[in-house]
Structure formats: structure tokens, C-alpha cells
Design a protein around this ligand. Structure first.
Ligand code: CTP
Ligand code: MN
Ligand code: MN
Ligand code: MN
Length: 357
């Protein structure tokens, strides 16, 4: 049988009629990508590699296991250089998406893991010589919960817990929901709140005491506290910086199912623990910077980018999460509300639910 090529313990033919291909496709992630490429090529003039890609996808569908490394394709029929380049690009993108979906893992760590040959989270946690920082360990520990998405009812339950905690410390403090939920999203990857106090200068202490009380209640699963590096004289810089200088924290909280109104926890059939982990971000700006923080944290990121680009290019102003600087007058412009900021920029007011750019 000269057509049958050895591939590990099995033999794979270049002919589909000599392969057994069930609907149990272990390489769907790759064959889907090849099929999208084929559709794209069929639209254009370069139909050349179409058939080669179709053959490659068909071979992959017949395999008993997933191809994780480029070397796994060695010896397979119908996987020439061009197909292998595509396969490698897909493997790289998939690992990048998987690894950066872990709380605490950015593009640099994802790339490092990929180049070390790691492909699954199971491999990451079981490799003894992979150094994980505290945030990444928490991200992996609570991965299933955190990647599940948070419903609006869960976000509101988190809000009630934090509001109650905060009002024990300071009855005059206030809390505002921002991020995707303020833009009207039904699900989010985290919950974002701004805490503020009417007395300027008390915000950092308030945030620290809120964290302490959450810890005391036994619901603080993880806390990355970032102290204030805010300078009220500083002029916004030209480059887009997502990070701001206000005191803030990135948390993982333990949310009790009993505190969530109607329906309880978001699709959680596989476990009966009665709680889930949720990612929560809290920021505590000084009172006079509340409006800038609200505008900056409401997003979307693309909306924020273009607000800043518009300010700079069309108005000669510099905007960030802290301030708006008028370069012609050389002054920082005060604002009490988001409407004030839109007015300074000579822009019509855009509602939060219209900022899903
Ligand atoms: N943001 C920020 N500074 C941070 C963290 C976030 O200015 N240190 C801003 C982001 O630029 C974004 C907004 O806060 O505009 C919300 O960020 P994030 O929670 O990451 O995204 P959401 O739009 O809320 O989307 P999701 O539902 O995925 O949470
Ligand atoms: Mn968010
Ligand atoms: Mn996000
Ligand atoms: Mn966030």
C-alpha cells in the first residue's frame, strides 16, 4: 500500500476514500480556518491554493488527535509548505487567544509560553519550570469562573456588596458603575466601579479600607492594589495610555449565589458550590477628577482612543482619564460632568450606550 503514509502509530492516505472521517473532528479549530481561507480565495482571482487547502482540511478531519505543534504535521499527506505556514499561523493565534484570556497574562507572556512549546493551560500549570506571578496563579486557579462572563444581575449583586461595605466606612461616599455594563452590555468580563468621596484627599484611604473589609468578610480571593501616582499638575501625554494614575485595585471576589437576584449564578450547572469568582475593578479618583475618570472608564477603548485623537487633532487639546489640557491657553479645564467635557471639546454629548465603538 504505497499511498499510505506513516504518521506516528497510524497510516494516513492522501485519498479521502482510504481514510475514515467521522463527525468527531479533533482539528475543527484549524479546518474552520482553512475553510474561511478557501471562501475568501474563491471570491478573489487567486483560486490557486483552494484545492490544496480543501485537501489539507480533509486530512486534518480524519486525524485521531489535535495538531498542537507544527512538527505534528510531519509526514502527513497534502500538507505542503504553504499549508504548513497557514497551520503555524493558526496555532500561534489560537495559543495567543487562549493564554491572554488568563487574568495577568499579556502578549509578552503568551508569546514566551508559545515559544517554549506550551499549548494548553494544563501544560502551563503542570510545567515545574514555568514561573508564574501571583496574578497569573490566581488567573489560572479561577480560570473557569472568570472566563464564563458576568451577567448584569451578578454585576448588581457585586455592586450591593461593595456599596454596603463602603457605606459602613463612609456614609457620604458614592459609587458608580462604569465599563461595559454602563454602556448597556448584558455580559462583561469584569465589573468596573468608581468610588468617590466628597472630601478631596480621602479617596485612597477609603479604597484601602474597602479592600480590608472585603478581606475581613472572607470574600477577597485576590487583590492587586495599585497606589496613587497621580500628579494634579501633570499634563495629559500624546500617547494613548489605558492605565491611569489613580489609586485602584484589580480584584477577584467570591460571589455568593444567594446574593444574586433571580436565576442565581450565570450558567453554572457543573458545580454546586453556591458561589463563583468574579473579576472586579475599583478606582478612586479625587472628587475634582471624577468626570474625567467616568468618561475614561466607561470606554469603549476605541471610543476613548478617538476622543483623544479628536481632542488633539481637531481642538489642539490633550485628553486622558485625569484631565483635559488646552494647549492654546495652557490651562487644564475643570469639569464636573461628562457633559462639561463634551462641551469643552465642542462635541455633541454621546450617551454611554452610544459609545460601544
Ligand atoms: N480602563 C482604564 N484604566 C484601567 C483599566 C481600564 O482606563 N486601568 C478603561 C479601559 O480603557 C476601558 C474601560 O476602562 O475603556 C473598561 O475596561 P474593561 O473593563 O477592560 O473593558 P469593558 O469595556 O468594561 O469590557 P468588559 O465587558 O470586557 O469588561
Ligand atoms: Mn469591564
Ligand atoms: Mn475588556
Ligand atoms: Mn475592567
Amino acid at each position: 500500500e504505497c499511498q499510505l503514509i506513516r504518521w506516528g502509530p497510524i497510516r494516513v492516505s492522501q485519498y479521502a476514500c482510504q481514510r475514515r472521517t467521522t463527525l468527531d473532528n479533533r482539528n475543527k479549530i484549524f479546518t474552520d480556518a482553512f475553510e474561511v481561507l478557501v471562501e475568501h480565495l474563491e471570491f478573489s482571482d487567486s483560486k490557486g491554493p483552494c484545492l490544496a487547502f480543501k485537501r489539507a482540511a480533509s486530512v486534518l478531519k480524519s486525524l485521531p488527535s489535535t495538531l498542537r505543534h507544527l512538527g505534528d504535521a510531519d509526514g502527513l499527506p497534502c500538507l505542503g509548505e504553504h499549508c504548513r505556514d497557514v497551520l503555524e499561523a493558526i496555532q500561534c493565534v489560537i495559543s495567543h487567544q487562549l493564554f491572554t484570556s488568563v487574568f495577568g497574562v499579556g502578549p509578552k507572556t503568551a508569546e514566551k509560553w508559545y515559544h517554549r512549546g506550551l499549548r494548553t493551560l494544563q501544560e502551563v500549570v503542570s510545567q515545574p519550570n514555568v514561573h508564574l506571578n501571583k496574578m497569573q496563579r490566581a488567573g489560572l486557579l479561577y480560570y473557569r469562573d472568570i472566563s464564563r462572563g458576568i451577567s448584569r444581575a451578578e454585576a448588581d449583586a457585586v455592586g450591593r456588596i461593595i456599596a454596603e461595605t463602603m457605606h459602613c466606612i463612609s456614609p457620604s461616599a458614592t459609587m458608580t458603575l462604569t465599563g461595559g455594563f454602563r454602556r448597556g452590555k448584558a455580559f462583561g468580563h469584569d465589573v468596573d466601579y468608581i468610588l468617590s468621596t466628597p472630601e478631596s484627599g480621602a479617596e485612597e484611604a477609603l479604597l484601602l479600607r474597602v479592600i480590608d473589609r472585603l478581606r475581613y468578610q472572607g470574600i477577597l480571593l485576590y487583590c492587586d492594589y495599585q497606589e496613587s501616582t497621580f500628579d494634579k499638575e501633570r499634563i495629559p501625554c500624546r500617547r494613548f495610555e489605558a492605565m491611569d494614575h489613580f489609586p485602584k485595585c484589580f480584584l477577584i471576589l467570591k460571589l455568593d449565589a444567594m446574593t444574586v437576584e433571580d436565576g442565581g449564578l450565570q450558567n453554572n450547572p457543573e458545580d454546586q458550590r453556591g458561589w463563583r469568582a468574579v473579576r472586579v475593578d475599583l478606582v478612586a479618583p479625587p472628587a475634582d477628577r471624577y468626570a474625567y475618570t467616568l468618561l475614561g472608564w466607561t470606554g469603549s477603548t476605541q471610543f476613548e482612543r478617538d476622543l483623544r485623537r479628536f481632542a488633539r487633532l481637531e481642538r489642539g487639546m490633550l485628553l486622558d482619564n485625569h484631565a483635559l489640557y488646552d494647549r492654546n491657553k495652557s490651562i487644564l479645564l475643570p469639569a464636573k460632568t461628562e457633559e462639561d467635557i463634551f462641551a469643552h471639546l465642542g462635541l455633541e454629548y454621546i450617551e454611554p450606550w452610544q459609545r460601544n465603538a
